[in-house]
Design a protein around this ligand. Sequence first.
Ligand SMILES: C[S@@+](CC[C@H](N)C(=O)[O-])C[C@H]1O[C@@H](n2cnc3c(N)ncnc32)[C@H](O)[C@@H]1O
Length: 449
Amino acid sequence: MKKGFLISSKAKAKSAKDRFKPGSRPDPEIVKLLYGVVENTEKPQGYEVQRPIMKEMDPLASPERLPEDMTLYTTQPSIFMNATPANHEGWTECLLYPQVKALILATPGFPARLLRPSAPKYRIVPIPDKGQGLVSTANIHASDLILSERPLTLTPASASLSKICFLRELSAKEKYLAALYEWEHSLKILFDRLHRDYQAAFMALANSHQYDGSGPISGIIRTNGMGVSFLEPGKYRTEKPQPGDKGMYTAVCKEISRLNHSCYPNTIAYFDRATFSYQLFAARDIAEGEELTLTYIGLTVPAEARQSKLEPYGFRCTCPACHTSDASDAQRATSLRMEITNIDDGLLKLALMEEQGLQGCFEYSIALNTVMNLYIRIGDADNGCMYAKKIAKRRWDASANVAKMYSSPLAIQSHPLWKKGTQAEPSADELKTLFAGLGLAEEHWASIF
Ligand SMILES: C[S@@+](CC[C@H](N)C(=O)[O-])C[C@H]1O[C@@H](n2cnc3c(N)ncnc32)[C@H](O)[C@@H]1O
C-alpha cells in the first residue's frame, strides 16, 4: 500500500469539530501522488469537506487572529487598484495558512523591488522533443542573474486529506481521489483570483498529468511547480532546515517554469522572500545559443534513480550525464565522497564537481567554503579573498552574505580563522571543527550515493 494513502484510525476517530478547533496546528496529511495512467478517476461519493476559507481583500491585513488551519487566499505583495501585468512588476496569488502569511509579511525588506538584469539574455523558443524552453541570446557569466519574476501562484505542493470527513468506509483509491478533487476545488478558487493575463499564461504551461486523476490546475502545478523553502508553518521556528529541504509550498512561474530539466544544468533557481520572486542564476559560464536548463530533482544519486524521479514529468533524460551514465556516476560518487584534508583535495573536489555540473549542490557550496577557510587559515589573503568573492557572487547560497564580509585582503584579516604567517595546514581535529562550523549533519552524508 502506498504511504500516505490511508488516514490512521486515530485520525478517523477525531470528530470534524476537533479537527478544526481554532488554533490547532494544521496536520496536512499529505497524500503520495500517482502518475502515468490511473483508470477510473470518477469523483467518489461518501465524504464531506470542512472548509474554513477566507478570500482576503486586504493583503496587508494582519493574519494574527485567524485560526491556524484556515485556508487563506491572499495576493502578495499587495497591489494597487487597477494593477495590470503591464503597469506593475507582478504579484502572486497565494493559497496558504495564516501563519505562513505572517512569516512572509515579517520577512526583512518585504516587499522589495524586483532585481532585474541590465538586459534580457534569453528567449523562449520551441526545443526539439521537449516542447518549449529557454535559450541564451548572449554569453552569460557564472553567477549572473538571468531573470527574476514573481510567481503566478504559490500553493501547497500536494493534495491533503486533512479537511475531509469520510461518511462511509472508502477504499484507499477513493480517498486518494477525494483528496485530488478537493485539491483541485481549492485551486480553482485561487485560479479565479488570477488576473486574466496570468490565467492565460498559467493555462499555456505544460501538463504531464493529464491521465492520472489530477485536475487541469493541479496537473499544471505538478508539472511546473518549483519548491519554495522555509515556508512550513512552525517548522523552522523549532527545527533546523535540512539541505535540499523544499518545504511544502510550490510556485508556478510564467517564464522560469518553461526551463527544461538537465542532470548537468547550467542554471540555478532560488526563491527570494524579500522580493517575493524566483530568481534564475547562471551555474557556470553559458555561451550564446545554449539551452538554459535546471534540475527538477536532487543530483547526488545515480542516473537510474534520477530517471525514476523524473517519471512523473513524462520523459527520460538524455543529458550528457545520463548519456554516459556509468562514467558520470563513478565521477559523481568519487567527487561527493571525497574528504577534504588539504587545499589540493578541496580544489580537486571542486574541479570534479564542476565537470559534472554540480555547482548548485549543497556539497559544492561546502567544498567552496572549506577551500576559502583553508586559505584564510594559512594566511593566504589573495586566494582567501578570491574564494570569498566567488561565494559572495552566489546570491542563492546561504553562505554568500558571510563570505561578502571577507572579500577584501584587509577584511579577511578579521576572520576568526586568520592565522597569518602560520603556513601550516590545519590538523585533522581542527578540520573537524571547521566542518562542524559549516553545519554538516551526519545523516546528510549518509543520503549521498
Ligand atoms: C516544467 S515543463 C518545462 C517546459 C516545457 N518544455 C514547456 O513546453 O512548457 C516540464 C515538461 O517539459 C518537458 N521536459 C522537460 N525537460 C525535458 C527533457 N530534458 N527532455 C524532454 N522533455 C523535457 C516534459 O514534457 C516535462 O513534463
